[in-house]
Design a protein. Structure first.
Length: 249
């Protein structure tokens, strides 16, 4: 119950940041890939959590820091920067309540949507590269007159963050070493990023056959959520099998 009440307090204290982030994700749904990370934390909490114990008071300082960042951002009229406070507060709450192991709590920082300026660093280079690749594969598709208008988010830079989270989650779930978890995070980031050209090709084909509206929804949501749910299902299934083989008959 202590964890529940403390979580409710954090949600209320950071409600302006939560509302702003929700509005942001509705405006730019491709960033909803960040919402896969809380699902990873829930899966880890089920396996690692030890709820019911007293709060670890030193970890509450992270929550205080998060609220302070939110207040500063709101006071400066830059509430969008308070999204960072959600990751900090999530980390602090997980550490304070012991719902995950300390190392697993760091995943909370990857639940923050990637700032737009980061994706713009590779734009329009990546989008043009993916559209040219799609034009070379699909008949009657011209890269200069692409059937689906591409924007800076279609480069897929945000998938590096999600891929890293998925790889780290797999390592943490199987109790791998820290070095191994970092390696899996790097592999996951690269693997998911390399799938973005395929997603653009499929979206272009859908734009030609079904329509750009459906294709846009597919490109924004299909890859991150399919990959996320597939990894969770696969890792949890493997973990369940490993546990059953270790248990005495």
């Amino acid at each position: 119950m202590t964890a529940l009440w403390s979580g409710l307090f954090v949600a209320i204290a950071l409600s302006p940041s939560l509302v702003e982030t929700a509005r942001h994700l509705m405006a730019e749904p491709w960033k909803s890939s960040a919402l896969v990370v809380p699902l990873l934390l829930v899966a880890l909490a089920r396996a690692e959590g030890k709820p019911g114990g007293p709060l670890r008071r030193p970890a509450l300082g992270w929550i205080v820091l998060a609220v302070g960042i939110e207040l500063l951002a709101a006071g400066a009229g830059l509430l969008r920067w308070s999204r960072l406070s959600l990751g900090i507060a999530g980390f602090g709450w997980l550490r304070a309540t012991s719902w995950t192991k300390p190392t697993s709590a760091y995943l909370a920082f990857l639940a923050v949507p990637l700032p737009s300026f980061a994706s713009r660093l590779t734009s329009p280079m990546l989008e043009r590269t993916w559209s040219r690749l799609a034009a070379s594969v699909l008949p009657n598709v011209d890269a200069r007159n692409f059937p689906l208008p591409l924007h800076y988010g279609d480069g897929g830079l945000h998938l590096l963050v999600l891929g890293a989270a998925l790889g780290a989650y797999a390592g943490l779930r199987h109790a791998e070493s820290t070095a191994r978890c970092f390696g899996l995070a790097a592999i996951g980031a690269l693997a998911l990023m390399l799938l973005q050209p395929l997603a653009v090709i499929l979206a272009a084909g859908l734009a030609e056959t079904v329509g750009p509206g459906f294709a846009r929804g597919f490109l924004d949501l299909a890859l991150p959520w399919t990959a996320g749910l597939a990894v969770i299902f696969s890792v949890e299934r493997q973990a369940s099998r490993s546990r059953s083989t270790r248990e005495p008959a």
